[in-house]
Design a protein around this ligand. Structure first.
Ligand code: NAI
Length: 231
């Protein structure tokens, strides 16, 4: 079964293709070439052709790929052919924003419940979605067959929440807390970290050259650091 062997890197690229295809279909574009997809995604045209051939989607020479067909194939592979019910743990600033965004803008995912331990929040709503106590998580997961959850609690609480989620059957976690979660082998965790993204992006900001020059000067001035490969 070829679908069972799709590599992690391909799986990470599929949602990128899906987003582009959604936009093309909205613009009523029926065919797309791997070159156009490359321009939109940043992946090479060769990589794209390889990815698609991997799951049996082949373009027509000169015409490219049918956008609707390709989108259908990708949503089936990802498992988005039915809307996925998910829960958010942590009803603070980030949890609230994620709940609002995913309810309003992400039509592949449905946030069906938010959980917190703060009694001031329990019983309230984020838009139309109820905030429940974390104590209700096991029953809620069982009743609603939840397999995907989002963690938006402080780092110190995240591992306990991950344990609670996974012991009750959650198989995939999107973790926003700045901590590496330990989970059983069959559970998948994706970490989202805007701070790290931003900090590594700052490296490429305009001051890069000056900073490296300054660093070189400092290294030259310090005998103990002379072996650093900055030249
Ligand atoms: P916040 O303080 O506004 O919200 C945290 C919520 O978690 C609160 O409502 C609190 O009552 C709840 N909480 C704490 N311990 C809990 C527990 N044991 N069980 C259930 N609920 C619990 O914090 P904010 O700004 O929403 O950040 C949440 C997390 O997301 C933090 O870990 C923060 O570092 C992280 N974060 C990550 C970002 C990223 O890009 N990955 C961006 C912003 C925040």
């Amino acid at each position: 079964m070829p679908y069972q062997h799709i590599s992690k890197s391909v799986v990470k690229r599929l949602p990128v293709y899906l987003r582009i295809l959604d936009q093309l279909i909205q613009r009523k574009i029926e065919m797309v070439s791997s070159k156009d997809l490359s321009n939109e995604s940043g992946f090479t045209a060769e990589q794209i052709r390889k990815d698609f051939a991997y799951f049996g989607a082949f373009g027509t020479r000169g015409a490219g790929y049918n956008t609707v067909y390709l989108r259908e194939k990708i949503i089936k592979i990802i498992g988005l052919d039915q809307v996925i019910d998910t829960i958010v743990v942590g009803a603070g600033n980030l949890g609230t924003a994620l709940t609002r965004y995913n309810s309003a803008k992400n039509f592949y995912v449905n946030v069906v419940g938010v959980f917190d331990h703060d009694p001031r929040l329990i019983g309230k709503k984020i838009d139309s979605i109820d905030i429940f106590s974390v104590d209700d998580i096991p029953a809620f997961i069982a009743e609603n067959k939840i397999k995907v959850a989002i963690i938006a609690v402080p780092a110190a609480a995240a591992q306990d929440i991950a344990d609670l989620l996974t012991v009750n059957g959650v198989k995939a976690i999107l973790n926003f807390a700045p901590v590496k979660l330990k989970v059983a082998g069959e559970v998948h965790v994706h970490n989202a970290d805007l701070t790290i993204e931003l900090q590594s992006l700052i490296y490429y900001s305009s001051a890069e050259e000056d900073r490296l020059k300054r660093l070189k000067q400092e290294v030259k001035g310090s005998k103990s650091l002379k072996s650093l490969p900055l030249d």
